[in-house]
Design a protein around this ligand. Sequence first.
Ligand SMILES: [Zn+2]
Ligand SMILES: [Zn+2]
Length: 80
Amino acid sequence: MIVKDLSKSFNPLPKNKRVVNKKLLKDKKGVCELCGKRGQTEKHHIKTKGSGGNDTEENLIEVCRICHTKIHNGEIKLDN
Ligand SMILES: [Zn+2]
Ligand SMILES: [Zn+2]
């Protein structure tokens, strides 16, 4: 049997290594940090780049599109 789709049969990281790879876990999580909804998430900068925010883990939250919209139109206020 010839495996044609290598991306489905090849795991770049051993299973026990994946747990400590926080970045990878975070990217795969897909859970809104505000409402807990599963699905497509977007990264929101708690502090905007314009006011000195960076692309750091502390400054980014993953939110669903609905919550993201609410943050930006002021319906949801973030403590910070
Ligand atoms: Zn949400
Ligand atoms: Zn945003």
